[in-house]
Write a protein that binds this ligand. Sequence first.
Ligand code: GCU
Length: 407
Amino acid sequence: MAPSEANYDETRVPAYDLPELLVDAGGTTVSTVEHWTGTRRPEIMRLFEEHVYGKNPPQALPPVEVSAAAEAGEYLDGAAERRQIKVRFSPPADHPAMDILLYLPARRTGPVPLFLGLNFYGNHTIQPDPDIVLSDRWMRSDPAHGVVDHRATEASRGTSASRWPVERLVARGYGLATVYCGDLDPDYDDGFQNGIHPLFYRPGQNRPDADEWGTIGAWAWGLSRALDYLVIDPDIDSRRIAVMGHSRLGKTSLWAGARDERFALVISNNSGCGGAALSRRRFGETVRRITTTFPHWFCANFARYADREDDLPVDQHMLIALAAPRPVYVASAEEDRWADPRGEFLAALHAGPAYRLLGMEGLDVTGMPAIEAPVGRHIGYHIRHGGHGVTAYDWDRYMDFAERHMH
Ligand code: GCU
């Protein structure tokens, strides 16, 4: 279905029943913390692994090797300190590696809280900072981002800066770390021959099994490898690291936050279908459409639910609930109908029972809030004016939310 044929009519959203968050596979109602933690949460994790994002391979790689990718320096007239770290996943040197770009507030009195997120076009796009290493990786050709023949050019520096307000972040005492998603797996369907997948193939295997990870799984894995580094950096508070992502990378931050409980706070910005939005609503992007256009993002099994959303054993409120009891924030944009803002709101709302079971508070509202009127306590939600993107408004709310929970 082309986007123009997508349903944008609320009266044509089909009636649906969401899978029960707090009833286990045996049909027993989950009413204790132990039952959630010991049984229901692991069950839900397995369902998302098998049917949506895929399992990570069981083999462990050797520990990551960390080295400096460039000399540390200062930025913003000394308000920020910039570091670039190369993380290698396995020897020899030509095996995949990722570069972490890190900004820390220069004026700090101890370890700082930090936001970690993947970026779409290379670390050098997030600020007009000439000392950021220009990525030489494959990326989608895009003149607006200075990407020619799938490679970044000097013109690409700073082209995503409006999405990464380093100055505001360090002024409020936060660090920021980012990695180019293509360092982990380039965002196109190549049958999983590039990126990190081949590092994990069993002898004779040459693509992931139907219930094994796709690109979102690999991106989420990379966020955890970045976290492995960040938690040992003494200038960063390992207990106050938030994972944040926009759109396809917001689907990824939710999955990374579910998988890795070291993330203290989880943020989904306009993540839509396969992210925060309920699949059963079939509003805007659908399972059929996303698994046709981006077959590599999910495990192969997910495509079986095209036009059969009601047969999915999960829906996305359960993904949000996997963050519990850690604070989670879902943000929508009014004109971003492709991502189904109402579906994102409802998923955040229906994650509430898991939070309440764990002694936290969810959105606890009866209807969708007004534009730019954030709601919720341990689950946060806002819908802002404008379209698909990340704005200063979004970041200001994430920092407000982090301040309530991570300070
Ligand atoms: C496409 C895709 C979405 C995705 C978005 C993005 O619009 O259909 O699922 O979230 O790209 O990542 O920007």
